[in-house]
Design a binder for this molecule. Sequence first.
Ligand SMILES: CC(C)(COP(=O)(O)OP(=O)(O)OC[C@H]1O[C@@H](n2cnc3c(N)ncnc32)[C@H](O)[C@@H]1OP(=O)(O)O)[C@@H](O)C(=O)NCCC(=O)NCCS
Length: 170
Amino acid sequence: MLNLIQLTSDKDDYSFFEWLDTQELLFMWTGDIFSWPIRPADLMTYVNRIRKKELVSLNFYNSSGVLVGHCDIDNISERHKRGEMTRVVILPQFRNSGIGQQMVSEVVKFTFEKLNLHRLELKVFDFNKNAIRCYEKVGFNIEGLLKDFLYDRGKFWNLYVMSMINNVTT
Ligand SMILES: CC(C)(COP(=O)(O)OP(=O)(O)OC[C@H]1O[C@@H](n2cnc3c(N)ncnc32)[C@H](O)[C@@H]1OP(=O)(O)O)[C@@H](O)C(=O)NCCC(=O)NCCS
């Protein structure tokens, strides 16, 4: 069981940024809003958006109180009842042991039950096999491939769009 804390201010725990310690990992985590190395101005923009409640930012702690995961729900449309799960990351030494699936399940529950959204979507690089497997095991389905969607380090990158629909809502 993971304990979920929603970030609301610049005083919150942002130590998950320390896990994003290579250019490749940072790119895999966010794709676009941060470039390597992370610029303080970009960090400030991100935290300000959290303070202004423009996105929902969630930290997850295990039963020992260790921060083991983080993710955001961004691009929320109240009108269309949808949001995008993004910037998903698990503490490096806890990866590939099922924590990601636990966390993503909690995010889905939070999105459908607390935010009352109908659709949760995400984008994931086509090469990120453990992330895709993690999302599929929680119940996300691949909807399509965005070809050459991002350009970075002299190369175009493909992303899958995945989604989960809350069948309880109308
Ligand atoms: C992606 C991430 C969040 C997933 O969390 P996690 O805790 O590692 O995921 P889980 O252990 O719950 O699930 C991963 C699954 O992928 C499987 N897997 C691992 N490597 C794989 C591979 N190369 N091919 C296919 N499946 C693979 C694991 O065995 C596991 O499946 P299982 O439960 O059937 O054994 C985490 O690895 C992470 O933080 N990665 C770096 C940042 C990142 O890529 N974020 C995603 C942005 S979209």
